[in-house]
Design a protein around this ligand. Structure first.
Ligand code: HEC
Length: 159
């Protein structure tokens, strides 16, 4: 029988300990609860409002469109995951968090997804126009984005 060098035994033990630690860490960091998902989406939506107004004001003050690239990109990134932040069980009254998410989001899911897709397309274009530093195009696209916010709110957000 070949003798195993003690250093390899130590390495093996360290690897085992590491695996145990990784497991313990996984257990200590569970997936977000439904209430936390509601809070996260509400934070993103509030920030969307602030980001949108800030871009509007910037263009009214004749700022360069390219300076709004990060703001536009932030909305485009959020738009990509917005529907996923509305999992089942997160409507008005379903979690401990006060929400304005109407039950229609789940009973008429295809339309909700379609509204979100319109929003994603509009913000992707907004981001491209900012990068191209197209001030007139960017300003016009802000109105197009605004319409996609309202279109979803009309059907899916309580007042
Ligand atoms: C695909 C649907 C959808 C789109 C697109 C969308 N929202 Fe909303 N928004 C919602 C829903 C649903 C809620 C309520 C969420 C909750 O309370 O859990 C909400 C909530 C909000 C809120 C919180 C204030 C309030 O009245 O409850 C703000 C601010 C907001 N949205 C701004 C925006 C802006 C600005 C845009 C576009 C740049 C936008 N939203 C695009 C669905 C959408």
């Amino acid at each position: 029988m070949t003798r195993v060098h003690p250093a390899y035994i130590l390495l093996g033990l360290a690897a085992l300990a590491g695996a145990g630690l990784a497991q313990a860490q996984t257990a200590a960091t569970p997936a977000p609860s439904l209430a936390q998902i509601v809070l996260a989406r509400q934070a993103s939506l509030e920030m969307s409002g602030v980001t949108f107004i800030q871009m509007k004001h910037a263009m009214e003050s004749a700022e360069q469109a390219k300076n709004e690239s990060s703001a536009a990109n932030a909305l485009a990134l959020w738009a990509k995951t917005l529907p996923a932040m509305f999992p089942a069980g997160t409507a008005i009254g379903q979690t401990s968090i006060t929400s304005k998410a109407k039950p229609e989001i789940w009973t008429n899911r295809p339309q909700f997804e379609s509204r979100a897709a319109d929003y994603a397309a509009a913000t992707a274009k907004l981001s491209d126009l900012a990068k191209a530093d197209d001030a007139a195009g960017f300003t016009a696209q802000l109105d197009a984005v605004r319409k996609t916010c309202s279109a979803c709110h009309e059907d899916f957000k309580a007042r």
